[in-house]
Design a protein around this ligand. Structure first.
Ligand code: GLY
Length: 411
């Protein structure tokens, strides 16, 4: 049963009316005031939902088919940091002290991840989305300590022989020493720590990881493998695999998104143009292959397309990566191209086809988690909401910059 009051939903829909009535929403349907309104309505919904969650050790992860309320996971699940992250973004969008208190409440239990031995690379997702946003928005020194410890813990998975972080110690039987494209997203924690009192070797680890990923996991066809398998004694690259995609050589949508965003951040932190070119290459390939409604299928090469499920989470991740690229590329036309593409993604996600409205407790519908395992197919998933909120905030900030300056990017 949905806990969101019908009267509230009616009000939200009035606010969203302009961009929520069409299946396909063009970029110019969401701009300026509209971005703020969508953010505002998302905050109202999140505030209602969070009030119903009494147990801060349980974190929303997905909403099962035909259900309206979140299903929860514990602190050790790879998705645990996204819910506090969503709440931090809601606080950033609203400046509402109640949202801050809720974000703090759900952030606190994740501390243990930073001080336990590393189970996998997901420490970055778990701690940076929660404590990272918390520290960015509050400057709370206690959060900084947790972040620095989390970075040291993540770095224990680094192999100097391979030059990467071991992503999944539990999957060695299947993939040998493995490094996955998702792991690119967790380098930001290491870059941050090296600049904020952590050991400078954390920066070097992140750079080496990004270089090895660029060399072996980014493919010549401008897509990425999900998993790279290496010889842990010699460091030799053995083979690329998929785990969550359709096939080893297919283009798993979210994996491509982790690559776009991860390499953009690697360039931002190093100035190494090869990382920028890689991010651009992955972004261009993603955009060139997008279906007509602008939201990717879960895997671009699923032979069941157009019946295959979509993945809104991949769209949200790529939108954030593209907004990052807008800040990084110098060429004005390219800036405008990536801004429009990101804005198109956000606009479509904000249409009635993808926005949950009063259907359930999440913000977005239609994400796909692990299709080959028949898990989380075409359902709301918390990381879609996280990157969607981030994308909306990034869009709002760029639009503000545009209105204050002589147009940073064409609108
Ligand atoms: N393995 C993390 C993801 O589903 O993207």
């Amino acid at each position: 049963m949905s806990i969101v009051k019908p009267s509230l939903i009616a009000a939200l829909f009035l606010m969203l009316a302009c961009n929520s009535t069409k299946k396909e929403v063009s970029a110019d349907k969401i701009s300026g005031l509209q971005t703020s309104k969508v953010l505002q309505s998302n905050v109202v919904k999140l505030k209602e939902v969070v009030k119903t969650l009494s147990d801060a050790d349980s974190f929303p992860r997905n909403i099962k088919k035909d259900k309206t309320d979140w299903d929860f996971v514990g602190v050790e699940d790879w998705c645990s940091g996204f819910w506090p992250g969503v709440l931090w973004y809601a606080y950033e969008a609203s400046n509402d002290p109640e949202m801050k208190a809720e974000a703090m409440r759900f952030t606190a239990p994740l501390k243990t991840i930073a001080y336990s031995s590393a189970r996998n690379h997901d420490i970055g997702f778990m701690v940076y989305c929660s404590y990272g946003n918390g520290y960015r928005l509050t400057g709370n020194e206690a959060y900084k300590d947790v972040l620095l410890s989390a970075a040291d813990t993540l770095a224990t998975l680094y192999s100097p022989k391979v030059g990467t972080i071991l992503s999944w110690p539990s999957q060695m039987h299947k993939f040998k020493y493995n490094t996955i494209i998702d792991n690119m997203m967790n380098l930001e924690l290491l870059f941050w720590a090296a600049k904020n009192g952590g050991d400078t070797s954390l920066h070097d680890i992140a750079v080496s990881h990004a270089q090895q990923t660029m060399e072996h996991i980014v493919r010549k066809d401008s897509a990425v493998y999900h998993v790279g398998s290496f010889d842990e004694d010699t460091g030799e690259f053995l083979k690329g695999y998929t785990h969550q995609g359709y096939a080893d050589e297919s283009m798993w949508a979210r994996g491509q998104g982790w690559g776009v965003y991860g390499f953009a951040v690697a360039y931002r932190e190093t100035g190494d143009k090869a990382f920028l070119e890689t991010s651009k290459k992955l972004a261009d390939h993603f955009l060139n292959r997008l279906p007509k409604d602008g939201i990717p299928y879960w895997d671009f090469d699923d032979p069941n397309i157009p019946e295959a499920p979509k993945d809104a989470s991949a769209a949200a991740v790529v939108a954030c990566g593209l907004f990052e690229l807008v800040n990084l590329v110098e060429d004005k036309e390219l800036k405008a191209k990536y801004f429009k593409a990101a804005k198109d993604l956000v606009s479509t996600l904000s249409s009635s086809e993808y926005l949950s409205g009063d259907k359930n407790q999440a913000l977005l519908l239609h994400s796909t988690g692990h299709y080959p395992k028949n898990s989380e197919i075409d359902v709301p998933i918390v990381y879609a909401d996280y990157y969607y909120m981030e994308a909306l905030l990034r869009l709002k900030n760029l639009e503000k910059l545009n209105s204050e300056t002589d147009k940073v990017v064409a609108n």
